[in-house]
Design a protein around this ligand. Sequence first.
Ligand code: AMP
Length: 396
Amino acid sequence: MLVLVINCGSSSLKYTLFSHDQERGSGLVEKIGEAGARHTRWVNNARRTPRAVTVANHEQAIRLMMDGLVRDRLLASASDIDAVGHRVVHGGSQYTDATLIDRGVLNNPIGRELAPLHQAVYTGIEACLKMMPRTPQVAVFDTAFHQTMPPKAFTYALPYRYYREYKIRRYGFHGTSHKYVSLRAAELLRQPPRKINVITLHLGNGSSLAAVRQGRCVDTSMGLTPLAGVVMGTRCGDIDPAIIPYLMEREGLTPRQMDALLNKQSGILGVSGVSNDLREVIAQAEQGRARARLALEVFAYSIQKYIGAYHAVLGRTDALVFTAGIGEKSPYLRKMIVQGLPGLGVKLDAGKNRRTLSREGFIHAAGSRVKVLVIPTREEYMIARETRRVARAARR
Ligand code: AMP
């Protein structure tokens, strides 16, 4: 079964073609609607020379993608594709699982209003529906895995009518990643998911944690939007909400400017004044730059507090699972985070931590009460799996 996975960002299109579980080809169209757009393709993991392209919108990017797949002989035509899986950021509470795309998904107000930066996904879906009208199209939501959270975890203590009227509540994101690594952790621990409790740490430019009890998410750190939770590359994470009106008044900021300040100028970049890229911040901290060091400490501490809270919620934690850019590639931060958890009885094996880069592995020391794993996330693969499951069920 040939499944095409599509991930539309605000100015990019990423796609991967799977034949069953095997990745056959993939591509990236960058800077859509801007000068300097380019299209990079990979065929059976070999990278082709990127091509400069002119591409005004995501519909044109979808056409470029299809031309590329045919040119690379991965397909004879679009009709070879059995199903298309789209990553959709916000499904609201209506979508608790991947679903066949219909008008309801396309017009889902929460998806449209709460993820304004992610509207490109709808253009991408419409373009695919036009190009492949008979091929099942499946939406895989970043929020779906977290929809098992109980009301006490997702309700904000605001006047209740805002939940009723505007559906303001915690939703959580990176769900496909949390789901994949929690399932994979169970396999590596040789236990069925329903027998274990894990805390998953998706630490990338955007970061979130999830408490997963017996295979079901019971809490997660992001909220109504991906701004909440732990400190991130450029996002502030949790702050005192009173800071927002205070700063808006003091600095004469509009809501849009305030939103940009919290989302794009804060976090590790804001504190360090160096970069949102942890590699640069670590390098500066090692050279003795105090604010770079402080940014790392604020970042690690915000994560430690969530681990502590989720451990309390779970009652028993079998494993911590690190994933995404920082989680997979930074022994430095993994050590910093785990060392600050003395009450948990968790100990790292320094050598295993150092050697486990961008690959799966256990990194805890013998005698550690909680196991620690690194699992590279595979969101595209997971979207392909979900797409196949939903498309097959729809055929029956
Ligand atoms: P992601 O959003 O998952 O692609 O993660 C990207 C982020 O991972 C970058 O912005 C870096 O901050 C971080 N990162 C990648 N490699 C390393 C590394 N070797 N050490 C520390 N941070 C890293």
